[in-house]
Design a protein around this ligand. Sequence first.
Ligand code: PXG
Length: 465
Amino acid sequence: MKQITNHLPTAELQALDAAHHMHPFTADAELAEKGVRIITRASGVTLTDSEGNEILDGMAGLWCVNVGYGREELSRVAARQMNELAFYNTFFQTTHVPAIALAARLAELAPGDLNHVFYAGSGSEANDTNIRLVRRYWEVKGKPDKTIFISRKNAYHGSTMGGGSLGGMAGIHAQGGLPIPGIVHIDQPHWYAEGGDMSPEEFGLERARQLEAKIAELGEDRVAAFIAEPIQGAGGVIVPPSTYWPEIQRICDAHEIVLVADEVITGFGRTGNWFGSQTLGIRPDIMTIAKGLSSGYIPIGGSIVSDEIAATVGAAGDFNHGYTYCGHPVASAVALENLRIIEEEGLIQHVRDVASPYMAEKLSGLSDHPLVGEVKLVGLMGSIALTPHKESRAKFASEEGTVGYRCRERCFANNLVMRHVGDRMVFAPPLVIQPSDIDVMIERAIKSLDETYAEIKAEGLLEAA
Ligand code: PXG
């Protein structure tokens, strides 16, 4: 067969991709028609595509390339580990140094009594583990009826049967009979879209108290856990009102509910601390991790588990759960090196003291933009709500996402990756981003917003619903 390399013409690569590659969360036929974009290399915060365009990656890949692209420290560690011990399992009374070292380091970094790591290959797998682990915990505690997970609408917890069910994405639930039984959803703390005339603080309390009402409705003896992202990522970077998390914490404590913080996006410096739970003042019993754990250089995820849960489950015989690649030695070694880079380069301080304040200052100019309803930023995860009418926070009359999609297309055309979630633009650049890159990023974002505004105005899409 002919060798397929970077040197083939874009059209030829696109045709091969369309013929053989099924893409996630994609209408493949439509994509084949349009032609897929081919990324050939990346360095720092910049992607290069097969046409030679240099694109600023405002999404850190998929919220994961925290240390930026092209870090040879990571490829060297991977090569060394592959040569020394490419694989061994951790099932049958064996372990290896990378899995030990990474678990010990994660226990050191994680807050409170989260001192135990169950490894997975991804965030979705880790959340599936969480369902099995928490249910097992309550079984061992003599409360086998505590099985229900409460989650939230518009949450994202992955795409496996478990992860997709825990998540609250209508599009996922519309296909294939999800959610699976035993998972229920309450409303999200999305004040901008759903807060009406309430103050954000009142609304935050109201939404948190839905958890208490749901526990009362189902019975405390049937509810196993509450799972949530400290800040919703895929749902549109929804930062909850300040009253929300303290009330959620109080309710979980009062009703013996395991609190799972899904830190897949918010972990490893994204919010200006090692974990989003620290930024938002949450005391979880379990944290889901993936993405920034290895900066996306290699697949790895896991659950960081409290002393109480690990000790209870560990003392009760075999926990019949695991994946071939639990604690994969190469993935663990790369993750450990990635954590060393984050620490030694002071990337969390850089986010907190330099990049985030600079980004906030630059973004403040956007609040006057005719298309912008609100701008949110915590650490280096942010969102920009697009609206036809600032004061009322109105939605567009067009189908939700029409204007957001237009804006994303303008961003791409202007060599900036910024995603849209409905009519909300989201961004999460690599944590290594420098002020000069932020200047470029915001300049391209403003240009894209201006072009979107002109375009939708000309087409009569500026109407409010
Ligand atoms: N939890 C959270 C909070 C996530 O953001 C997962 C779990 C699942 O992780 P894996 O590794 O199984 O994908 C995620 C993943 C998007 C987007 O478009 C977000 C994710 C994945 C793919 C796309 O925003 N988050």
